[in-house]
Write a protein that binds this ligand. Structure first.
Ligand code: SF4
Length: 352
């Protein structure tokens, strides 16, 4: 017989949120590692001591954690989801009839006080500390990896080429990576397979800016002084070092060096010094170890971009990007904690 679901007409219900959300729900496990008391202390100077009570900052923080842990990118949708989802209500301590903030008040607080107080960094560091105490982070060293995430940027307002200071950008990039060993594979197309000398057969002399060939002759960029100085940089981002035609014509090794050219040319990448450092590290046991570990980091990036929908930033500007990265990293660390350090069930429950 076909069943029929009648709308229940009870006046009172006996309902417990706690009983309806599974004991092993991800948010319950995350909650076990969260202690947001210090958030309130840190934010206190940014709230007035008079006037109407604001939205509870802990509630907003919990909502943000839900958003970044569950891949809910829109604030409007986040507010709707928290309103409707029982597990989200339990995590936010809202009960069944607690009021969810309006999405516009939520945004205003988030981009105002939260940014001024640097509370998101505080939260991120708090979670990293928790990872340390739980034995998930050894703190013996750290590795940096990168992935491309599209910015929500307006191309019409980008910095024009004339205002771009390449030297300053290079200096800032250099400043942000102090004494970090680059464990990066070097793509090298300089090895020749036709039996002629490869670039590795030429010795680089950085002090005099020249290569020395197997016959002991020098390869330099310029053999005369130009009235208008030339950069010597090719469109491929290399410098060309040339042997003299006179040396090559008289050389016994010409057939093994440049049989089809009047003189040998050796290109050198503008970042060849950095590539040499990476090349030297590539053969070490540490490199092998980091090569295996890199796969795990890349899986995290893939998860972040595909499952948690961070392939494109939603907030604009450097501050928006910083907020998003801090929250995404916090959410990922909390998910790892929840997975690797689940809460212990009470003894009685375990016995059952
Ligand atoms: S051919 Fe020229 S570049 Fe090559 S080994 Fe001889 S002198 Fe050096």
């Amino acid at each position: 017989m076909m069943g029929f679901q009648a709308a229940p007409a009870q006046l009172f219900y006996d309902f417990s949120l706690d009983e309806h959300v599974p004991a092993d729900h991800l948010l319950r496990r995350i909650d076990n590692h969260l202690d947001l008391d210090s958030v309130r202390v840190q934010l206190k100077p940014y709230y007035s001591s008079t006037g109407r009570p604001s939205i509870d900052p802990e509630l907003m923080m919990r909502m943000l954690i839900i958003g970044y842990s569950m891949g809910i990118r829109s604030e409007r949708r986040l507010c709707e989801e928290v309103h409707l989802n029982l597990a989200y209500r339990l995590f936010c301590r809202l009960g069944l009839d607690g009021k969810v903030p309006d999405h516009s008040s939520f945004s205003k607080n988030r981009h105002g006080r939260f940014r001024q107080s640097d509370i998101l960094r505080h939260l991120f560091e708090m979670v990293v500390e928790r990872c340390l105490t739980q034995g998930l982070v050894g703190a013996e060293g750290f590795a940096v990896d990168a992935s491309l995430i599209a910015a929500d940027a307006n191309k019409q307002r980008s910095v024009s080429g004339a205002e771009w200071n390449a030297q300053e950008a290079k200096y800032n990039a250099g400043r942000s990576v102090k004494n970090i060993a680059p464990h990066i594979p070097v793509f090298d197309k300089s090895n020749r397979t036709d039996g002629t000398f490869s670039r590795a057969d030429f010795v680089w002399d950085g002090e005099t800016d020249r290569y020395i060939c197997p016959a002991g002759k020098e390869l330099v960029q310029f053999r005369r002084t130009y009235a208008t100085p030339r950069s010597g940089i090719t469109s491929e981002g290399t410098r060309l070092y040339r042997a003299s035609k006179k040396d090559c014509d008289a050389c016994d090794l010409k057939q093994r060096c440049c049989p089809n050219a009047v003189a040998r040319k050796v290109p050198r990448d503008l970042n060849e010094d950095a590539r040499d450092v990476a090349r030297a590290i590539a053969g070490t046991p540490d490199y092998e170890c980091s090569r295996h570990r890199r796969k795990k980091v890349e899986m995290l990036f893939a998860h972040l971009k595909r499952i948690l929908r961070m392939a494109r930033l939603r907030l604009r500007g450097p501050c928006g990007a910083r907020d998003e990265f801090l929250l995404a990293a916090t959410a990922q660390n909390l998910r790892r904690l929840a997975k690797l350090r689940p809460p212990r069930l009470p003894t009685a429950a375990m016995a059952v």
